[in-house]
Design a binder for this molecule. Structure first.
Ligand code: ZN
Length: 178
């Protein structure tokens, strides 16, 4: 998890990386939640470039074979088979109607092509992303205690010192000051 000032950065977007070999070459592709694709909401894998976002040339892969999407309710990437006659294998199991969750390290066979989920970042479930409540105040240059911003014209609420040269500070919640 990467937080910047209580906000979630784009690095927290759910994504996974698939690796496979084609013609002796290592190929690596990322799949993002809500990425642009030919069938919005899912990323489709197969041999037909008109229908698929990740296209394979191996003849054992079906034209339209499987799709991978991020299920927000399950907070996981899910694989769905799109072709009954050539079921993919996910982590050693033939998948026809079930929709297995993918994990880091999962293996997927489309025909004879072996794909591996080499990386996975799921981010935070929705509802856990509320930024922390913080407020800002002024630190008295004399006594070092905190006053709220509206004291800038009045002076430190503790010792009365002018706050015009005070520095701004983050006042933690429930600090009892300010
Ligand atoms: Zn003071």
């Amino acid at each position: 998890m990467k937080y910047v000032e209580g906000k979630i950065t784009v690095e927290n977007m759910p994504e996974l990386t698939l690796n496979w070999q084609e013609k002796q070459q290592n190929i690596s592709k990322k799949i993002f939640h809500q990425q642009y694709s030919k069938h919005p909401g899912t990323v489709r894998l197969g041999r037909d470039p008109a229908q698929c976002d990740l296209v394979f040339s191996d003849l054992t892969v079906s034209g339209l074979h499987v799709e991978i999407f991020f299920d927000s309710a399950k907070h996981a990437f899910v694989l769905r088979n799109l072709r009954e006659s050539n079921p993919p294998l996910v982590d050693g199991r033939a998948i026809t109607y079930e929709e297995p969750l993918l994990h880091q390290g999962s293996t997927i066979y489309l025909g004879e092509v072996k794909l591996q989920v080499s990386e996975m970042e799921l981010g935070e479930p929705e509802g856990h992303t509320l930024p922390k409540q913080v407020s800002y105040g002024l630190q008295c240059p004399n006594c070092g205690r905190h006053s709220s911003y509206d004291r800038i014209a009045l002076g430190c609420q503790w010792c009365g010192t002018s706050l015009t040269s005070a520095i701004s500070v983050v006042i933690p919640p429930n600090s009892g000051e300010g």
